[in-house]
Design a protein around this ligand. Structure first.
Ligand SMILES: [Zn+2]
Length: 421
């Protein structure tokens, strides 16, 4: 039986108690008062956080989103050159994922939903670091794959491998990438296959206005018509972005199986736009936060940025609201409620507040979102994956750093945007 104690124990995004301890096996057994003195002083205990939409393999080009390129230009300039190398050397995906997971873990993330290719290598990194994960292959009819069938087949293999593991902490889905990169009938076929396999899907929708413009021009389908045609509401779906979705809001909010993922930094830095959180506010419980590709793979940085991005009117967010967004990925992925309560999975982060902090703490959630604390002990399903601020996979992570340094990308860069030569 494990036991951690803190001066502040965050029970739900909106409630906490002082001087308490959490007892756990693979699930939380009890949260009880009973800690005082130096043992708990300056310690915050919370549920683990989640990034409900990430591309771990793109970690090495994360800071390139700062150049202000629009999405398509960024993809051509930075993502595709790196992805071509990943196709030639899949092991680089493993190393990139190890480093990305390590940085996410350093911001208290214990669960990620990832969508990319080489997902078998992502899975290895996930197992090495020990976080919970929900994996899918980015299925397209062109792009990095030779054909739709090749992409679908890779996702099928992933689903059968993950099912074969039989682990509660590793889930999988099908990943029809985005309406602009596969035909509506292909998207529909993927949804049908997901339903048949008893898994969900993970997709991008309404990231840029061109998404709906393309559907209307090529297929005469508005977004709401597309959603109905492919059967998106008939399946558990992680739907990333949802910015340009005005015509489809009713459809998106109608299904409790649709979970919208908000990616504030990538949306702002790639000039996509701003998710209409004021419209989705009532459905906030159904919105989760993700890192996507951002300059840091830190959910705390993402949450902090979200407060700045939604500073006006009904969309304005408190630290408790963004903490809610940061744990609600657990609900989106079906891993739990994200609350630190009896019976929930024992995904627990013990944070140490920075020493010498002047003044008191307004709320533990605000202290965490302000970046005033760092994880020192982390547990997933009761298993310790960080101890004394060091991940248990520290040696593998150091090797990954060296492997990526010597692969020559993207350091060999030149050109107007530091474009890889
Ligand atoms: Zn994405």
């Amino acid at each position: 039986m494990g036991r951690v104690c803190g001066q502040y124990v965050v029970i739900t995004p909106y409630t906490w108690i002082e001087n308490a301890c959490v007892e756990f096996g693979d699930r939380i057994k009890a949260v009880e008062p009973g800690c005082s003195g130096s043992e708990c002083s300056g310690v915050i205990v919370s549920h683990g956080l989640a990034s409900a939409h990430t591309h771990l393999g793109l970690y090495p080009v994360r800071h390139s989103v700062l150049y202000g390129l629009k999405l398509d230009e960024w993809v051509k300039t930075f993502a595709w050159p790196w992805e071509r190398l990943l196709l030639e050397e899949p092991e680089l995906t493993y190393y990139a994922s190890l480093l990305a997971l390590n940085e996410l873990l350093g911001s208290g993330v214990t669960a990620v939903a990832d969508m990319h290719f080489n997902e078998d290598r992502v899975l290895e990194a996930v197992l090495k670091v020990g976080v919970r994960a929900d994996l899918s292959v980015a299925i397209m009819s062109k792009g990095v794959f030779n054909s739709f069938d090749e992409a679908l087949s890779e996702n099928r293999k992933l689903v059968s491998r993950v099912k074969g593991l039989g682990r509660g902490d590793i889930a999988c889905r099908f990943g029809p990438c985005t309406p602009r990169l596969l035909k509506p009938e292909e998207f529909k076929a993927v949804v049908e296959e997901a339903v048949k396999a008893g898994v969900g899907i993970h997709t991008h929708l309404g990231e840029v206005p061109e998404d709906e413009g393309f559907l209307v021009k090529e297929y005469g389908l508005r977004l709401d018509e597309f959603i109905r045609y492919v059967g998106l509401n008939e399946v558990d779906a992680l739907v990333a972005h949802s910015i340009w979705v005005e015509t489809a809001l009713d459809e998106l909010l109608r299904s409790e199986r649709t979970r919208l993922i908000h990616l504030p930094r990538s949306n702002a830095l790639l000039r996509d736009g701003v998710m209409p959180l004021e419209v989705l506010r009532e459905a906030l419980g159904g919105v989760s936060l993700g890192v996507d590709v951002a300059p840091t793979y830190s959910i705390i940085d993402e949450a902090f940025f979200a407060i700045g991005l939604h500073c006006l009117g009904r969309a304005a967010l408190t630290p408790e609201d963004v903490f809610n967004l940061a744990v609600s990925g657990y609900r989106a992925m079906g891993f739990g409620t994200g609350n630190l309560e009896e019976g929930e999975v024992a995904d627990i982060v013990v944070w140490k507040v920075r020493e010498g902090l002047a003044g008191g703490i307004v709320s533990p959630q605000a202290a965490l979102i302000a970046g005033l604390a760092k994880p020192v002990e982390v547990f997933v399903g009761g298993r310790q994956i960080m101890s004394c601020g060091e991940p248990v996979a520290a040696e593998d992570i150091a090797r990954a750093r060296e492997a990526l340094r010597s692969c020559g990308f993207p350091a060999r860069s030149a050109g107007p945007y530091g474009r890889p030569s």
